[in-house]
Design a protein around this ligand. Structure first.
Ligand code: 5CA
Ligand code: ZN
Length: 413
């Protein structure tokens, strides 16, 4: 499906260093994308409600991964994202409001594109809906059935976790935790006839009142995890650099996606890094569509909040930390944005090369955005303190400041 327009990315002098990121599977911070062009898959939205600040924070984190890779010479980055444009939560919402589910999905996908554009998030090269991927998904499920990597239950098809060597290697959760999270996050541990309660649905046969597609597997629709396995595998191949999403996707989604792909290919790993963002909350609860405690990017935009202030407010926390959204964060970001803009408007400011080195170093270190913002603050404070302009101050400082904040942080000043 259509993606959204790409903002231009200024090219900076020299190169940034290797990006190191925390990998959930190994539990450590490691180098990413050693050599060559980087490949990334980020789980996309389920389009039943508009982009909230939790989604925005997650996509901003991977936008920075992309930007730091470009700056480090790891381009062209091959970036793939899906849209879960048919799944239970979407159908349930449409049934609840009486809206046609495809119209609901299309409207919310367009709103997401508009929000991403306003936030200057770099678009994926391939933006793929579950519905358009049905032929590739059924082909993959068919192959799993042929080699005992899947079994039939009534007319549905399940993935047996027993077929996955190394199941648990991504999340490392114990079985009790897996069972709890599986039940909470779309799984069906209670279903009678499954070989293991943790087995996940690959193909759901036609149900009365639900959409379905006629396929070689029969009439039905795909399960959730196989959607991401197949969309990623068919475009990036095995062993791509980063599989990304929020921490609520660690299990079952990313564990099962990896297990499906590994069963399909007989190879491991699916991804070299599993990267997870913390949850953004409001009033002590994870911001979520089902809880309804949302702050929407589109609402803030409609209230004429500068999207660059939203971006700065979200980057002020570390991507891995669970954090609370407060109006105070936005106020602080608006003030910071005004100071940074004042510095870029100066006719002369100190040279910014050491600031560039500092921002590169902070971001390469597991995306330390709070550290990067503090470094820019320090430079801006010195630049605005015009009495103390050092030798070498000139128009190059404000120019490089603008370019580096744009290229590395995605903030247009
Ligand atoms: N379509 C699936 C992934 S294949 C899905 O999880 N969609 S979603 O719309 O529910 O979430 C989209 C992304 O936003 C996911 O990476 C999810 O982990 C992330 N996300 C959801 N809520 C929050 C939150 N409160 N804070 C941070 N990230 C969040
Ligand atoms: Zn996914």
């Amino acid at each position: 499906m259509d993606t959204w327009p790409s903002p231009a990315v200024p090219v900076l002098p020299g190169n940034g260093g290797t990006l190191r990121l925390f990998d959930t599977a190994s539990g450590s911070v490691r180098d990413t994308a050693p050599g060559g062009a980087a490949r990334m898959y980020v789980c996309g939205i389920t389009p039943y409600d508009a982009t909230h600040l939790g989604h925005a924070a997650t996509y901003l984190a991977f936008d920075l991964v992309y930007r730091v890779w470009l700056d480090a010479g790891r381009g062209p980055v091959h970036y793939v994202q899906n849209v879960t444009d048919v799944d239970d939560p979407l159908l349930e919402r449409a049934a609840h409001t009486g809206e046609n589910w495809t119209e609901l999905a299309e409207r919310e996908i367009q709103l997401f594109r508009d929000d991403m554009t306003a936030l200057r998030v770099l678009p994926p090269h391939e933006y793929v809906g579950a519905v358009e991927a049905i032929p590739e998904i059924t082909e993959a499920v068919g192959r799993l059935l042929e080699r005992d990597g899947a079994y039939q239950l009534d007319d549905d098809v399940y993935f047996p976790v027993s077929a996955a060597t190394g199941f648990g290697a991504e999340s490392h959760y114990d079985r009790q935790t897996m069972l709890r999270l599986f039940a909470e996050r779309g799984g069906d541990p209670q279903r009678h006839g499954k070989r293991d309660p943790l087995d996940s649905l690959l193909w759901r046969s036609r149900r009365v009142g639900e959409p379905y597609w006629e396929t070689p597997l029969g009439a039905g629709r795909p399960g959730w995890h196989i959607e991401c396995s197949v969309i990623a595998l068919n475009r990036l191949g095995m062993g791509f650099d980063v599989q990304g999403g929020g921490s609520d996707l660690i299990f079952p989604h990313h564990e099962h996606s990896a297990a499906h792909a590994e069963a399909l290919t007989g190879e491991a790993p699916f991804a070299r890094h599993y990267v997870h963002t913390g949850m953004v909350g409001l009033d002590g609860e994870k911001m979520s569509k089902s809880r309804g405690n949302l702050v929407l990017v589109s609402k803030l935009r409609a209230a004429r909040v500068d999207p660059m202030a939203i971006r700065l407010a979200l980057l002020d926390g570390h991507y891995r930390a669970d954090r609370e959204w407060t109006g105070g964060r936005l106020k602080a970001a608006e003030a910071r944005l005004a100071r940074w803009r004042a510095a870029t408007a100066l006719a002369a400011a100190p040279p910014a090369e050491s600031l560039l080195r500092a921002v590169r170093a902070r971001l390469a270190d597991d995306l330390d955005t709070p550290g990067a913002l503090t470094a820019v603050d320090g430079y801006v404070a010195a630049a605005l303190d015009g009495d103390a302009l050092p030798a070498g101050a000139g128009p190059g400082g404000p120019r490089l400041l603008r370019d580096l904040v744009d290229a590395l942080l995605g903030v247009a000043l």
